[in-house]
Design a protein around this ligand. Structure first.
Ligand code: IZC
Ligand code: ZN
Length: 410
């Protein structure tokens, strides 16, 4: 048995519990000064402050620094070939995201590049992205398929996720997103692709246990709310939990559907109407907000405060993808949560730890520093949480601890 004691923690800050925190609870954290954490075999056994001294285990001096739970990135499109730097010039000329897609670019250009890559190439590339995420303090992430758009290629992406989860220290939680765009060969046959998704792809993914969630891009020119309902219902019928990209560009009913169908999370919600917030509150859906995408698309920001006031738990994630947000850094997402959503640092920390974990069904294992959870922590070059949320553009990681193993940041 291995035992470790991380001591001389200037400030330990964590949300508490095994489920998403909502309303005023989102901003309620446990704070211990002069604290320690005791780990056995990579799991947290106890933590305390100077009033409860602890002396055994292999010792690690945190040097008076801030310690939080490892960050959880609950929304990424991790597996893809190529990049889309050619779209930057169009963005600068204000060509809309959906126009690039409608012209056969955007997602569809990444689909071509992903088809052209082998499993090994995709795994190597995504593995480097995971290394970078870990260096920024992320210890658990979600990863979507969605650049295959046919059975063989979607399964290829999901197999890469499975291999990464096995071979990389990061916990990687898989989501099937075959409903990311209509493939060009089905342009005149939407029904044909919906049938393929619901009757062949989803059952195959479920049978091979390659995904835990089923996601759909509910958006103008992509999938309607009714089509999204059909796809998510087929997922449910096969044991896949629904997620939905909703209200990113146009409010076409995605957030209302999320609450109605009992989606675990709804993503983006940049232009979420009040009726959508109400429906998510009723249905117990977590709002997974992606502020770096708003920044990158030069759009507005999701009504995060309204959601918290309505009792909808707010998570925040990177949305890492080659088009609308080529960003792996959750520290930047935390800055934007404070400065653009006007959330407090306490609400922001919950959003990128426990609520992110809950959005991917991992809140019983990660997302807080408590006895029984995995030893996933970040030791920050910061004295307190305010400092972490206030500095901009640096990597403040001193060390990342994943299941008790130490990885250095800068
Ligand atoms: O590749 O553009 N929004 N899907 C929905 C994306 C962005 C990813 C992409
Ligand atoms: Zn996305």
């Amino acid at each position: 048995m291995s035992s470790q004691l991380i001591y001389n923690i200037g400030m330990l800050v964590t949300p508490e519990g095994n489920e998403a925190r909502r309303g005023a609870d989102q901003g309620r954290l446990k704070v211990l000064e002069n604290a320690w954490i005791y780990l056995e075999n990579g799991s947290i056994v106890a933590c305390g402050d100077r009033n409860q001294p602890m002396t055994f285990g292999e010792k690690y001096d945190a040097g008076g620094r801030l310690v939080t739970p490892g960050l959880v990135d609950a929304h990424t499109h991790l597996i893809f070939g190529g990049w889309r730097q050619n779209e930057l010039a169009m963005k600068i000329r204000n060509v809309p995201y959906l126009d690039i897609l409608a012209a056969g670019g955007g997602i569809l250009s990444t689909v071509k590049a992903t088809h052209a890559a082998t499993e090994e190439e995709l795994a190597n590339k995504a593995g480097r992205a995971l290394d970078e995420m870990l260096s920024f303090g992320t210890t658990t992430c979600e990863a979507k398929s969605g650049y295959g758009l046919n059975k063989k290629e979607e399964l290829k992406q999901l197999k890469v996720i499975k291999a990464l989860n096995k071979n990389h220290p990061m916990d990687v939680v898989p989501t099937f997103m075959g409903a990311h765009a209509l493939p060009p060969e089905f342009k005149e046959n939407r029904e044909g692709y919906l049938k393929l998704l619901c009757e062949e792809m989803i059952p195959a993914v479920a049978k091979q246990k390659l995904a835990k969630f089923c996601d759909v891009f509910c958006e103008t020119g992509v999938f309607t709310a009714e089509e999204s309902r059909r796809i998510l219902q087929a997922g449910l019928d096969n044991g896949l939990i629904p997620k939905i990209h909703a209200d990113e560009i146009d409010p076409i009913g995605g957030s209302q559907l999320a609450g109605e169908i009992g989606a675990i999370s709804a993503e983006h919600l940049i232009v979420c109407p009040d009726a959508g917030i109400e429906s998510m509150a009723q249905g117990g859906t977590i709002a997974c907000l992606l502020p770096a995408t708003s920044f990158y698309l030069n759009s507005t920001y999701a009504p995060a405060r309204k959601m918290i006031e309505a009792g909808v738990p707010v998570a925040m994630a990177s949305d890492f993808n080659p088009g609308s947000c080529p960003c792996l850094n959750l520290q930047l997402v935390m800055n934007l949560g404070c400065l653009k959503y006007r959330l407090t640092p306490e609400e922001v920390l919950t959003a990128v730890t426990l609520n992110g974990a809950a959005a991917i069904g991992m809140a019983d294992r990660v997302g807080s520093i408590e006895a029984g959870k995995q030893g996933d922590l970040v030791i920050w070059d910061a004295p307190d949480l305010n400092y972490l949320c206030y500095r901009l553009g640096s990597n403040l990681v001193h060390a990342v601890v994943k299941k008790g193993n130490f990885y250095r940041g800068n």
